[in-house]
Write a protein that binds this ligand. Structure first.
Ligand code: BDR
Ligand code: CA
Length: 315
């Protein structure tokens, strides 16, 4: 089993990512850490525990993390996840305790306990991860890899922004905390960034038979997903919007689901129109050797990914 920490900002799609990670036999979820992003951390740390109770995994520690980005204020989320941040599923208030450790310390300690054998899945702004790397730089050498829903690299027609009305090419998670992203991208840890190019727009969608199977299923997570789909449909979005962050979990389970390219990427931390852009050296020119080299999701097998997701949700 691959040992993972899932750092997230649930969020309906982060919630589904938790479901997927907890139910996969290929993953061993060591901790879930929460951050400000889609909603304030006061909401996201509650939502993470609601999901763990839904899937019966209250053995996994949940840490409450950073409530504001490293140096900026909190921007407003343009893609609403509903009154409860979970597509108005209104899950019961969680009873399981919160970890006594701050998420940043939970990340540091969990990495150290599993040194050299742990991956981070990051589906929100990178504030907690960057803070952990600042507080305990030695953990950088102990992390096997980071799989993040992060950035927009202009690799295909789907690469457009979801951040705000002001920044036409920025992806939300980087936009919220570009300084944190800059630290993580430059950390030297192997990073796979699954951005707007592959994670937020799918070339196929859930099928009618998938929807039937969800309706016929009695488990709570199937009902959660159905409600989320009806919530986003009601707002003019397609079903796959409910499972964006699941792509990072899918990649952790089966890396053949996404083809990646290697490229040098800089994070824009200043521009009026470009704040939060992930600027890719698309010419692979040696003059950009000052920028960190990362793996970037270029093409996803969305059909196979959705099959994996369905198998886990229905299981
Ligand atoms: C990100 O935006 C958020 O709304 C989703 O949870 C996802 O992590 C994609 O840009
Ligand atoms: Ca998210």
């Amino acid at each position: 089993k691959k040992k993972i920490i899932l750092d997230c900002d649930p969020g309906m799609d982060d919630s589904m990512a938790i479901v997927m990670a907890c139910k996969s036999e290929k993953l061993d979820v060591k901790a879930i850490t929460t951050v400000n992003g889609n909603y304030p951390v006061e909401v996201t740390y509650v939502n993470a525990r609601k999901v763990l109770e839904m899937v019966g995994r209250t053995d996994i520690p949940v840490g409450k993390g950073m409530g504001i980005p490293m140096v900026r204020d909190v921007p407003k989320d343009p893609f609403t996840h509903g009154k409860d941040g979970q597509a108005e599923n209104f899950l019961p208030e969680p009873k399981m305790p919160l970890s006594e450790k701050h998420a940043v310390d939970l990340i540091i300690d969990t990495v150290k306990e599993n040194a050299g054998d742990i991956y981070l899945i990051v589906t929100g702004p990178m504030t907690n991860i960057a803070m952990a790397m600042r507080k305990a730089p030695e953990i950088k050498d102990m992390i096997s890899g980071i799989y993040a829903i992060s950035g927009a690299f202009g690799l295909n027609k789907y690469a457009f922004a979801n951040a705000t009305g002001d920044t036409p090419q920025s992806e939300w998670n980087v936009y919220v905390d570009p300084e944190a992203a800059e630290i993580v991208y430059n950390s030297g840890v192997k990073l796979v960034a699954l951005g707007l190019d592959v994670a937020t727009h799918f070339d196929v969608n859930l099928t009618d038979s998938d929807m039937e199977a969800l309706k016929n299923s009695n488990n709570k997570e199937s009902k959660f997903l159905l409600q989320a789909i009806s919530f986003v449909n009601g707002r003019g979005f397609e079903a796959y919007c409910t499972v964006i962050d699941c792509m990072a979990v899918g990649y952790a389970i089966d890396p053949t689901l996404v083809e990646t390219i290697t490229g040098r990427v800089g994070i824009e931390t200043e521009g009026k129109l470009t704040l939060g852009n992930t600027v890719l050296d698309s010419r692979h020119h040696h003059v950009w050797e000052n920028l960190p080299e990362i793996e970037i999701g270029a093409k996803a097998d969305c059909g196979r990914f959705l099959n994996l997701l369905m198998d886990l949700v229905l299981a």
